[in-house]
Design a binder for this molecule. Structure first.
Ligand code: HEM
Length: 182
């Protein structure tokens, strides 16, 4: 087990976190817009950015497969470690399932995804209004689940840093590393 995350793992973590925060906020904003060319353009940006996040998450998972993350502090109880692993597993699941449900929704609605307006992606299902409504609801609820889990994830990271005073957060933010006192 390695002592710390690789630079690639740290970069991917923060690039994907920032990307999700932006795509999530744009998703909430665009949903309320009245139909206009501006709305359609924002929808396209949302889809492109969401698909790029999807690819980055796939790359991150393959990177993780070959580079084990550092182990959790021994001060954590067995059940705390199990919950942390479960939350991380669900976060990975959501980071893949959310863009996938968006892609399925677009395909079922009959609006193929064309990356950067140039690279058409294949439709995952054929046009079907009921299916489009279903994937729209799935996309929404998965996003709400992600919002909740990210909140827990951040709260846990802050607890580690300020209450437990261990190195869990500084492994992802190396500039926070504390000097050893003894
Ligand atoms: C990490 C990636 C993504 C995140 C975090 C995300 C987040 C969101 C959020 C928060 C909404 C607003 C939900 C609502 O108010 O109903 C939304 C809507 C939407 N998303 Fe995504 N999304 C992602 C990826 C994608 C992808 C890859 C596509 C398609 C290829 C997509 C297509 C859509 C569409 C079409 C809507 C509008 C649904 C409607 O008509 O109201 N999303 N997304």
């Amino acid at each position: 087990m390695s002592e710390t995350y690789t630079k690639t793992a740290i970069s991917l973590h923060w690039i994907i976190a920032l990307g999700i925060a932006i795509v999530f906020s744009v998703g909430i904003y665009m949903h309320e817009l009245p139909l206009s060319p501006h709305k359609l353009q924002i929808y396209s940006y949302h889809k492109w950015a969401g698909m790029i996040i999807f690819l980055l998450v796939l790359f991150r998972l393959s990177w993780r497969f070959f580079h084990s993350p550092p182990s959790l502090p021994e001060t954590m109880k067995e059940w705390e470690q199990q919950i942390a692993h479960l939350v991380h597993f669900i976060l990975y699941f959501l980071m893949l399932a959310i863009p996938l449900s968006g892609w399925l929704m677009s395909s079922a609605a009959g609006y193929p995804v064309v990356l950067f307006g140039m690279i058409p992606l294949p439709d995952l299902v054929s046009k079907n209004k009921e299916l489009a409504d279903l994937f729209k609801a799935v996309h929404f609820f998965l996003n709400m689940g992600l919002f909740l889990l990210v909140f827990l994830h951040i709260a846990a990271a802050l607890k580690h840093h300020f209450i437990e005073k261990d190195n869990v957060l500084s492994q992802m933010l190396p500039f926070l590393k504390r000097e050893k006192t003894s």
